[in-house]
Ligand binder design. Structure first.
Ligand code: IP8
Length: 257
């Protein structure tokens, strides 16, 4: 049986991040084509982009229950928005004849961060999960990032060959913010002792942006799984990364400690 590849479709890649609940259908369809042509067993973890972060930010959902703010409606709205985005992802894969099953995390995961609890669901065909608003024992609810879910699948699913973070707008981790970067600023191999100045849209994002991907990526690498971050807008790079071929991007390696 083919090995497993765990891949994140970044929220900023599959949605237009600055306009509430707008999808980037072309990118989703191109990524679905890549999956169709792959020989691997795939676990897809998708991010939230404009279907999650904006409303979660407005209602401070990442902080859990905050006294004086009525958040319950926002919790169910963001869950529903994420289901809507997930449906677009699943439909695009299914319309290519792929056997897909999606498992919304708020139905099986509890708690936030890499040590969230809940048994990781797996489907024989393509498994799809995503960043979500989940229940939390101490804070009532919280935001579970797809990057934390990546860490768990990449280190706990059987026969994982590699983990891939496909992101929007950049070729990998850059030495300087993307707006100032030239072709030489791509970091081809990154470890946690290296600094970089990623642009983190903290005013939009409720999770950790590229910094969280880099940190979780290096935690995955320290368990012996290859990790690469690639530009998801270039489908051939994603396809090559899945197959383990050399590709433009940033290989993430463990730190020294
Ligand atoms: O985009 C965030 O998931 P991420 C989930 O994978 C929500 O960090 C609902 C904002």
């Amino acid at each position: 049986m083919a090995g497993t590849v765990v891949i994140k479709w970044g929220g900023g890649l599959i949605t237009h991040k600055d306009k509430l609940c707008t999808i980037n259908q072309n990118v989703i369809d191109a990524l679905a084509d890549v999956c169709k042509n792959s020989s691997k067993r795939l676990v897809i973890v998708h991010g939230a982009g404009s279907f999650g972060h904006m409303k979660a930010k407005e209602f401070r959902l990442a902080e859990g229950r905050v006294a004086g703010i009525s958040q319950d409606e926002a919790v169910s709205e963001v869950r529903n928005d994420m289901l809507e985005l997930n449906q677009k992802v699943v439909s695009s894969l299914q319309s290519r004849g792929l056997d897909v099953q999606s498992f919304p995390p708020h139905q099986w995961a509890k708690g936030t961060g890499p040590n969230f609890s809940g048994e990781l669901p797996l489907h024989e065909g393509i498994t799809v999960v995503f960043g979500d608003v989940v229940d939390d024992d101490s804070n009532d609810f919280g935001i579970l990032s797809g990057d934390d879910i990546m860490f768990r699948y990449a280190t706990e699913a059987p026969d994982v060959e590699r983990a891939i973070f496909a992101i929007g707008g950049v070729d990998g981790i850059l030495r300087v913010p993307p707006s100032k970067a030239g072709p030489d600023d791509l970091i081809e191999e990154w470890n946690p002792s290296m600094e970089f100045e990623g642009e983190h849209a903290a005013e939009i994002d409720v999770t950790g942006g590229i910094g969280l991907k880099a940190t979780r990526g290096s935690m995955i690498a320290s368990r012996g799984v290859d990790v690469i971050l690639v530009n998801g807008e270039i489908p051939q790079r994603v396809a090559d990364a899945i197959e383990g071929l050399p590709v433009v991007g940033t290989r993430i390696v463990p730190g020294n400690c």
